[in-house]
Design a protein around this ligand. Structure first.
Ligand code: UD1
Ligand code: CA
Length: 480
């Protein structure tokens, strides 16, 4: 059983009640000062909204998850279309309460709804199920998650009937706090469970009587409490995981938290990461035991790295698969490529998408590959471009060799067989084939097939003119 399956068992909520999750994701994110919608900003290599959807999808089916979209709605929908969730449109963003009013039709058929924020990305499935279990056990109309962090400023504060009681009478937003209420430390984390019937019955009681002129979902606490409905708070011991990001500084802090957790997790599994705080590792990256990662490395996307590899400083590896015993020397850039066991890459090599580097092959400094398949033991040590190319086992590519794959309109393939020797500074004008065992003289321009075991020389012959230089020098001296 994989770890994921094991932990999922504890997360599933056993109840006959029909449950939906609503994720509020329509806001512009004014405080980010960005043209990109807030929920599409990324931490750990994934958008804020995708993180929240991931957590929610482990609790309810994607068809029961509704994202409220509004600001740049099309862009947001497109970004998470693959998840299978549904969408509700909030054309004008008149507040979090209005967001739920817009979801009225979608949620009417459910017994309970859980409301999450698209800008609280560190949330885990356990937080969601714990909230729902508590909400059901309390038989509440509304349950909110609260916390008492060191610094409550900026968050809504939770008011109770009596200190120590879970029963809530109101949530007061920062700007509405009276001087006396400024000392209140219990904050609203923006995560709620509602019984659908009372929610829909009183949802229109919200008013815009606040400094932003918005419909605050938080005001439902006072509205429901005044109507005699039960409103309670579940105090979390883990507020760090439920922090929202309203500014770029807060977003970057969440990114650091998430990446630190990813690095710790890899180290716990036997991966050595020197100076992990300098490395940028996405959550989906897999690394096997005894691999060593030096400072300032970036491992991104769905990269997978085998055992006993060494990834030296300043290399950036995105969506790649590396076998075992692979050495990536300093400052390499690898994208969408495969590197087989024992290969050595770099320093300063660039593997572009579609490169496949064979077992024990060597791709050295200032070598660029693109859609290039290099067989076992191939050596391309220095200053080379291999694009749209196949290179057979044991072939040696000399320094400065270029495959001319582009004729200005189309790309063409270069086929180089096994055990070929391509002399330095040769150009291979594609489409062209060099058969097994052939030998190409240095500085050649190869435009037609080189037969197996032949020698090809594609350059003018050298001419030596005896005494020419000495005569020229003598002539110049005489003229002075
Ligand atoms: C909200 C809470 C605050 C709580 C904090 C926790 C309100 C009024 N306040 O404040 O009590 O302490 O979260 O992080 O709810 N959104 C929409 N449509 C809108 C407005 C917002 O979908 O019309 C979405 C946003 O995209 C965002 C979420 O709702 O994902 C929360 O909105 P935001 O403006 O970030 O609320 P906060 O000021 O953080
Ligand atoms: Ca927020």
């Amino acid at each position: 059983m994989s770890m994921k399956q094991e932990s999922e068992v504890g997360r599933k909520v056993e109840s006959n009640a029909k449950l939906a999750v609503v994720i509020m994701a329509a806001g512009k994110g004014t405080r980010l000062k960005s043209n990109r919608p807030k929920v599409l900003h990324e931490i750990g290599g994934k958008s804020l909204l995708a993180h929240v959807i991931d957590a929610a999808s482990q609790v309810v089916a994607p068809a029961d998850i509704y994202a409220v979209v509004g600001h740049q709605a099309e862009r947001v929908r497109k970004a998470v279309a693959g998840t299978g969730i549904r969408f509700v449109e909030q054309t004008e963003q008149l507040g979090t309460g209005h967001a739920i009013q817009c979801a009225r039709k979608a949620i009417a058929g459910y017994d309970d709804i859980l409301v999450l924020s698209g800008d609280v990305p560190l949330i885990r499935p356990e937080h969601i199920t714990e909230l729902w279990r508590y909400h059901q056990a309390q038989r509440a109309a509304m349950t909110l998650v609260s916390a008492e962090p060191e610094e409550p400023t900026g968050y809504g504060r939770v008011l109770h009937t009596t200190p120590g009681s879970p029963v809530v009478v109101a949530i007061v937003e920062q700007k509405m706090l009276t001087p006396a209420q400024l000392t209140l430390r219990e904050i609203n984390m923006g995560l709620y469970a509602f019984k659908t019937t009372p929610l829909l019955a009183y949802l229109d009681k919200l008013t815009t009587d606040n400094p932003h002129g918005e419909l605050y979902l938080t005001d439902m606490a006072a509205v429901l409490a005044a109507a005699g409905e039960r409103v309670v708070a579940l105090k979390t011991e883990d507020p760090a995981a439920l922090m929202g990001a309203n500014t770029l500084a807060e977003l970057v802090a969440l990114d650091a938290t998430l990446r630190a957790a990813t690095a710790s997790h890899l180290m716990a599994q036997g991966v050595t990461i020197f100076r992990p705080e300098t490395c940028v590792i996405d959550a989906g990256v897999e690394v096997a035991v005894d691999t060593v990662i030096e400072p300032f490395v970036q491992l991104l996307g769905n990269t997978k790295i085998g055992t006993e590899c060494l990834i030296r400083s300043c290399s950036v590896i995105e969506n790649c698969t590396l076998g075992n015993d692979v050495l990536i020397r300093q400052s390499c850039v690898l994208e969408g490529s495969t590197v087989l066991d024992g290969a050595k890459i770099g320093p300063f090599a660039h593997l572009r998408p579609g490169s496949e580097i064979g077992q024990d092959a060597h791709v050295g400094n200032f070598v660029e590959t693109k859609k290039a398949k290099l067989g076992k033991g191939v050596k391309a040590g220095h200053l080379t471009y291999l694009g749209d190319t196949e290179v057979g086992e044991g072939t040696n590519i000399g320094a400065g060799v270029i495959t001319c794959n582009y004729d200005g309109v189309n790309k063409h393939t270069t086929r180089i067989g096994k055990d070929v020797f391509v002399g330095s500074d040769s150009t291979l004008v594609a489409p062209v084939t060099v058969e097994d065992g052939a030998y190409i003289g240095a500085g050649s321009c190869i435009t037609k097939t080189v037969p197996a075991d032949a020698l090809a020389i594609g350059r003018t012959r050298q001419v030596n003119m005896e005494g020419w230089a000495a005569a020229k020098r003598a002539d110049q001296t005489a003229k002075k």
